[in-house]
Design a binder for this molecule. Structure first.
Ligand code: SF4
Ligand code: SF4
Length: 306
C-alpha cells in the first residue's frame, strides 16, 4: 500500500472539518490497522489537540519558527528629525511618534516588515529582523498516533510558511517512512495556509453544508484545489438540513459532476462527542453520523488506494 497524504479543508470554519478528521483517523486505525500521522494545519486556530491529547506531557516537543520580518528601531542612531512620521515612511501606519522621547515607536502588530523605514531613514535607525512567528508542536497521542500542530504567533504574517514547515517537519518524523496515511486537518478559507496545505497532496476532501454560504465557500475552496490539479471529493455535512436551499445546492453538485464522497446527517451525537473532547465514531459508533462517516471512510479508501 502506497503512502497517501490527504487533507480535509472547507471554505469556512465550523462545518465539521476537525470532527471529521479525528473520526477518520480513528477509523483508519480501527478498521485497517493504519496508524496515520495527523497534522492540524489550522495554524491560526488549532483545536484538534483538544480531541487528541498527548499520552504524556513530558513527551510534547515544541519548535519555534522564525519566518516573520519586523522592523526594529535603533535608538542610538536616531537624530530625532521626525522625518519618518512627517514623510509617512510607513504605509501600514506602524510608526507613531513618541513626543516625550522624540523617537518613533513601532506598532509590532501593524508592522509588515516591508523594510521601507530601513531604506528611507537617513540615519539607518531601523533594521529588519526575523522574529518568532510560531511554533510546531508534536507528540504521540494517547492512541499512539504521531500528531503535529502549528500555532501562529499573534501578529505573524507568515502562517502559510508555518504550514509548509509543518509538512516538512512531518516528513522527518521517524514514523513517516512506515506510515501509509498522513491526514491533515486543513485551515478554513482560501488564503496562504490553505494553499500551503493542499500543494503536493494526493487527495483533498472538501466538507461543506447545504446552505447558500456553504455553497459559496465550497466553490471558492474547490477553485483553490483545482489550481493544483489535485483530485478531490465533497462531503456534505448536515445533509438533511431543512435550509430551503437544498434544491439549489443539489442542482449545483449535479451540474458540476463533482464527486460526493458521502453525506453526514445532522446528529446531536457530534456536538455531544465534541463536548466530551471525543470523535463521534468512538463516542457513539452506532449513531447515524458514525455510520455515515464509516461509509465515507470506505469510499475514501477506494478513491485514494485503488
Ligand atoms: S528614525 Fe530616522 S527618520 Fe525617524 S526620527 Fe530618527 S533619524 Fe529621523
Ligand atoms: S518595516 Fe514597513 S511596515 Fe514595518 S514599520 Fe517599517 S515601514 Fe512600517
Amino acid at each position: 500500500m502506497e503512502r497517501k497524504i490527504i487533507a480535509i479543508i472547507s471554505g469556512k470554519g465550523g462545518v465539521g472539518k476537525t470532527s471529521l478528521a479525528a473520526s477518520l483517523a480513528s477509523l483508519a486505525s480501527k478498521e485497517n490497522g493504519i496508524n496515520p500521522i495527523i497534522l492540524d494545519c489550522d495554524v491560526d486556530a488549532p483545536n484538534l489537540a483538544l480531541i487528541l491529547p498527548a499520552r504524556s506531557e513530558n513527551e510534547i516537543n515544541s519548535l519555534d519558527t522564525y519566518t516573520t520580518l519586523k522592523a526594529e528601531f535603533i535608538e542610538d542612531l536616531c537624530v530625532h528629525c521626525e522625518r519618518c512620521i512627517e514623510e509617512h515612511f510607513c504605509e501600514f501606519e506602524a510608526l507613531r511618534w513618541d513626543a516625550e522621547k522624540k523617537i518613533p515607536k513601532i506598532d509590532y502588530l501593524a508592522c509588515e516588515g516591508c523594510g521601507a523605514c530601513k531604506v528611507l531613514c537617513p540615519e539607518h535607525a531601523f533594521k529588519i529582523d526575523t522574529v518568532k512567528s510560531g511554533e510546531i508542536i508534536s507528540y504521540k497521542t494517547k492512541e499512539d498516533k504521531a500528531f503535529v500542530y502549528g500555532k501562529t504567533k499573534l501578529g505573524s504574517t507568515t502562517s502559510g510558511k508555518l504550514v509548509s514547515d509543518m509538512k516538512e517537519f512531518a516528513k522527518n518524523l521517524p514514523e513517516f517512512e512506515e506510515s501509509k496515511l498522513v491526514l491533515i486537518d486543513g485551515p478554513p478559507g482560501i488564503g496562504c495556509p490553505v494553499i500551503a496545505t493542499v500543494s503536493g497532496l494526493d487527495f483533498v476532501v472538501t466538507i461543506t453544508e447545504p446552505t447558500p454560504s456553504g455553497l459559496h465557500d465550497l466553490i471558492r475552496a474547490i477553485e483553490v484545489v483545482q489550481q493544483f490539479n489535485i483530485p478531490f471529493g465533497i462531503i456534505i455535512n448536515k445533509s438533511d438540513l431543512k435550509s430551503g436551499f437544498q434544491d439549489g445546492f443539489n442542482d449545483y453538485i449535479l451540474e458540476t459532476g463533482f464527486n460526493v464522497i458521502g453525506k453526514i446527517p445532522y446528529d446531536i451525537n457530534i456536538p455531544r462527542a465534541m463536548s466530551f473532547a471525543e470523535n463521534v465514531v468512538d463516542f457513539n459508533p452506532e449513531s447515524e453520523s458514525s455510520k455515515a462517516i464509516k461509509a465515507i471512510y470506505e469510499n475514501l479508501k477506494q478513491l485514494i488506494w485503488s
